[in-house]
Design a protein around this ligand. Structure first.
Ligand code: NAD
Ligand code: MG
Length: 396
């Protein structure tokens, strides 16, 4: 069989690194057809030399120009494209079978949608696309005949714990609850009074996972778990009342499914994103992901505790936004993106992140979402509210 052709959207990021590592281990299974990034042209140039893709895209046109110059005269088959149109082309390339959607934030929405409408097999890391697009995104998957495979570790765990028949007939599966595990991040036990002083480096120092900076901050606030509740709702068609969040500091149990007969199925493994990526790439087969065996005896004990909503107000906000429905999740996500970017840039304090989202949700009551433009309009309004509330310059 010919190897499957893959587009990696967000190739220079943390998920991009893990995905390309798995792909390189199995050149007989997969080859890279497209690589994309935002501005990091030096790293993308290096990846192009290694993987020889058909196209390479940088959303920043100046960086795309630099990449073009760097690759000139090297005999590569690679065309360099720029901007969102280039990302969309990478997502919908005719001979591409699988798209790894690993751009961070709302910036990944349109290309991920394009992959859905083009009927690709989508390995979804870009949870923000699903949080913003919700019903519209799922309808595009259906319409395009795409296959959606989650690689967010929790959702991949749930996918592995559900029967194959679940998509056809969820009612017959007897699922009582979905239980998402969360590490609790770097501030799980930090005295509340100290949270006003925590630094960007502390917030990005996740105890178990090495990830991009935005998701690392989201893990510290637990907004990540809030976004994941919304992601689980759309992926598995489960109402919020049947999604539970449990703190599990060791990050070994990646999530669980509880059935009506009392069975609880879990997926365990080292906290290494190559496992869910390899599972989804090879599905329904399995391949070596380069991840060492989990030694249970060496791990010793696994512990679980309830999340504290005073410490993690973002989790409560996400629960509320999922209940309100319509534009509320898009508003939550957009305000959070603005606040996290401002925190990472040293403009606001950690404890201002959650109130910015709360303000946007309070000021912008949920409206129904019929089209992607409805969601994007709410996204833009929420960014404006959050910027004003955080006293940021308008274009920040
Ligand atoms: P990252 O910051 O390491 O990488 C982000 C990638 O997106 C980079 O290639 C960057 O060039 C690209 N990008 C950033 N802004 C862009 C823009 N405006 N336009 C086009 N491309 C842009 O992030 P990450 O940790 O790899 O996370 C990527 C996605 O995967 C996020 O949605 C995150 O929530 C999700 N995810 C990550 C992990 C993880 O372990 N890192 C786990 C689960 C889910
Ligand atoms: Mg996750």
């Amino acid at each position: 069989m010919n190897p499957r052709r893959i587009s990696v959207l967000g190739a220079t990021g943390s998920i991009g690194d893990s995905a390309l590592d798995v792909i390189l281990r199995h050149p007989d299974h997969w080859v890279v057809a497209a690589l994309t990034a935002h501005r990091h042209w030096e790293k993308l140039a290096e990846l192009c030399r290694r993987h020889r893709p058909e196209i390479a895209v940088l959303s920043d046109p100046v960086a795309a120009h630099a990449l073009e110059r760097a690759l000139a005269g090297q005999g590569l088959p690679t065309r360099v494209l720029a901007g969102e149109a280039g990302l969309i082309e990478a997502a919908a390339l005719p001979r591409v079978d699988t798209v790894i959607a690993a751009i961070v934030g709302a910036a990944g929405l349109k290309s991920t949608m394009a992959a859905a409408l083009a009927g690709k097999r989508i390995l979804l890391a870009n949870k923000e696309a699903l949080v913003i697009g919700g019903a519209v995104f799922m309808a595009a998957v259906e319409k395009g005949g795409a296959t959606l495979l989650p690689i967010d570790s929790e959702h991949n765990a749930i996918f592995q714990c559900l029967p194959a028949s679940y998509a056809r007939n969820p009612a017959a599966a007897g699922v009582r609850r979905i239980i998402l595990t969360a590490s609790g991040g770097p501030f799980r036990t930090r005295p509340l009074a100290e949270l006003s002083r925590v630094t960007v480096d502390e917030a990005c120092a996740h105890p178990n996972w090495v990830m991009g900076r935005k998701i690392s901050v989201d893990s510290a606030t637990m907004m990540n778990k809030g976004l994941e509740m919304i992601e689980a709702h759309w992926l598995f068609g489960v109402p919020r009342e049947r999604i539970e969040v449990v703190i599990h500091p060791e990050s070994v149990v990646h999530s669980l499914v509880e059935y009506v007969d009392g069975s609880v199925l879990a997926q365990l493994g080292h906290p290494d994103m190559r496992t869910p990526i390899a599972q989804a790439l090879a599905f329904p087969d399995r391949v070596d992901a380069g991840v060492p065996a989990l030694e249970l005896v060496r791990r010793g004990s696994l512990t679980f505790e309830a999340p504290d909503l005073e410490r993690f107000p973002s989790l409560g906000l996400a629960y509320g936004a999922l209940g309100a429905g319509g534009t509320a999740p898009a508003v939550l996500n957009a305000a959070n993106e603005v606040a996290v970017a401002a925190f990472l840039a040293g403009r606001i304090r950690y404890i201002e992140i959650a109130p910015a989202s709360a303000e946007a949700l309070a000021r912008l009551p949920a409206r129904p979402v019929f089209t992607l433009d409805d969601a994007l309009a709410a996204d833009a309004e929420a960014r404006a509210v959050a910027r004003a509330w955080l006293k940021l310059p308008l274009a920040a």
